[in-house]
Design a protein around this ligand. Structure first.
Ligand code: TRP
Length: 372
């Protein structure tokens, strides 16, 4: 969703054993969530870099709302300190924060049940960064494949200390509220490993003597990743959907803008519409998008269109998207009419999260023997 510090697919690969393990565990976790949602506390979030698009919505937003609705205690961080090194973004930070919050609310995040906050507003969270930094080596930080990739794609002349260390800051985002479940995409798995390492080392070094692992001796849980089975939606030009490429349909776009974008979407010369994502990636992605909106399979959507060609396909996709997004867009517009109320929601989220962060910091002081 960003231009330079991306959440987009990385070219540096997350080690495959880590991905495979996380995928297997995620299936088991989904099962446990169904049976006992109260056992979990979720923390996840986004960098405020602009409006969210359909890739974000079907990739992560929808599953967060599902977790919230299932009764899982959910925290969402608006990671504003993570975008400071991106000048273009930093200059319009408050606007981006507002847009992100509006997109959350539009998608169905309910501020009465989920806590949305900006991590810059939580001094106690940020203070955790210092002891956490003492628990990781510079060499370990340098090996992080996602950070390496972001540095490689960064337009900045030099790598800032903040950029180099942000996975440790992210550990503070997660551990301040003792989240045990972190829904993320694959590119975030190396960061979650950093969080788990920090939690383990902190517990080993400062955990109270006499407690057993998993009991009194532990200050922090070692959180698990919940990998979303994110469908791969392409942008309207057939490349990865990304705001900076102008090929993305934003949640906040109007029905007309959506129609225009889909009208210009790339397809292929074949009149018969079939779902074959490998041989026909553009048509496949459009079918998938319509299918996600309709709650059906892409094969069924394709069969219905049959020999209707690209024009019929685009008509179906446009109608499906606009129909599916209509209630979200209405909700977004309603919130946008009262930005004072939206800012109050964030302030209340900050307050709630701050109280949690203060309590954790107290425990950390106690464990480290720095309560003077
Ligand atoms: N780095 C994440 C991204 O770019 C955003 C983020 C910040 C995050 N802190 C987090 C995600 C903690 C999960 C947990 O998308």
């Amino acid at each position: 969703m960003t231009t330079t510090q991306t959440t987009e697919q990385t070219t540096e690969q997350t080690p495959l054993d880590i991905v495979g393990g996380a995928r297997r565990r995620s299936a088991g976790l989904e099962e446990q969530i169904r049976h006992d949602p109260g056992r979990f506390r979720v923390l996840t979030g986004d960098r405020p870099t602009g409006r969210l698009h359909l890739g974000h919505y079907f990739g992560t937003l929808q599953s967060r709302v599902r977790l919230q609705d299932a009764g899982v205690d959910t925290f969402l961080v608006i990671a504003d300190y993570q975008v400071l090194t991106d000048r273009d973004v930093a200059e319009r930070l408050s606007e981006h924060v507002e847009d992100l919050l509006l997109d959350y609310l539009a998608a169905g995040i309910d501020p009465a049940r989920s806590t949305v906050f900006a991590h810059s507003a939580l001094p106690a969270l940020n203070q955790l960064l210092l002891p956490f930094l003492s628990l990781v080596s510079v060499a370990e930080l340098g090996r992080n494949p996602t950070v390496k990739d972001e540095i490689a794609h960064s337009r900045q002349a030099a790598v800032s200390g903040l950029m180099f260390t942000y996975p440790v800051h992210q550990a503070a985002d997660i551990l301040f509220c003792k989240a045990n479940l972190v829904p993320v995409g694959q590119d975030q798995l190396p960061h979650l490993e950093v969080t788990r390492t920090v939690a383990r080392r902190f517990n080993d070094r400062y955990g109270r003597q006499g407690g057993h692992r998993g009991e009194a001796g532990q200050v922090f849980p070692e959180p698990e990743a919940l990998l979303s089975a994110a469908p791969l939606l392409l942008g309207t030009d057939g490349t990865k959907m990304s705001k900076s490429r102008g090929n993305a349909i934003a949640l906040a776009d109007t029905a007309d803008e959506t129609a225009r974008l889909i009208k210009g979407a790339k397809t292929d010369g074949e009149r018969h519409i079939s779902y074959d994502p490998l041989a026909r990636p553009e048509v496949g992605s459009l079918l998938l998008l319509a299918a996600l909106c309709q709650g059906r399979t892409p094969e069924a959507v394709a069969a219905e269109i049959g020999d209707g060609g690209a024009a019929a396909l685009k008509r179906v996709v446009t109608e499906s998207v606009n129909e599916h997004l209509a209630p979200l867009r209405a909700r977004r517009a309603e919130y946008a009419r009262d930005l004072g109320h939206v800012r109050r929601i964030l302030r209340e989220g900050n307050e709630r999260a701050n109280a949690v962060a203060e309590a954790t910091l107290e425990e950390v002081r106690e464990a480290m023997g720095t309560r003077y």
